[in-house]
Design a protein around this ligand. Structure first.
Ligand code: ZN
Length: 150
């Protein structure tokens, strides 16, 4: 049984306090905003996409520790990845935080993102953890739109 203490693991607390890739990509060619009305989390992503590859990615916004740490870890995880690699990561991440069975291959690609596995025990937090990922999808598929988790 995972407790709330485990949910707020050191990695999450650290990324909340010192978020990576926080700010704006200066020569971004993609942007999307995300909003999780349940918790009040807001995020704006800026990306520089070159062909199929996410060259640069940064985020700004306000929200709870989970949403901020997730955005920080998400941007670190997808930087330099292709769209399909990012989509595969999102798929594996979504399965993990919603408690769906995921394969050993999924676990392998997760890396540090695995710190969010405890979120599956807190359904209200799932939207906090996936907000950045939904926003990324929005930025890649329909840039300029606001993505909401509702
Ligand atoms: Zn939240």
């Amino acid at each position: 049984m995972t407790g709330l203490g485990d949910l707020y693991q050191d990695v999450i607390l650290d990324h909340n306090k010192r978020p990576r890739n926080f700010g704006k990509v200066p020569d971004a060619n993609r942007t999307a905003r995300g909003h999780n009305p349940l918790c009040g989390d807001h995020i704006t992503l800026t990306l520089k996409v070159d062909g199929d590859r996410i060259e640069e990615i940064a985020f700004e916004g306000q929200g709870c520790a989970i949403s901020k740490a997730s955005a920080s870890l998400m941007t670190s995880a997808v930087k330099g990845k292709s769209r399909s690699e990012a989509a595969a990561l999102f798929d594996a991440f979504r399965k993990m935080v919603t408690g769906e069975p995921h394969s050993p291959e999924d676990r392998k690609v997760m890396g540090k993102l695995e710190v969010f596995s405890g979120v599956s025990e807190f359904p209200a937090r799932v939207k906090c953890a996936t907000l950045a990922w939904h926003t990324l999808k929005g930025a890649l598929e329909s840039p300029g739109n606001t993505v909401t988790t509702e």
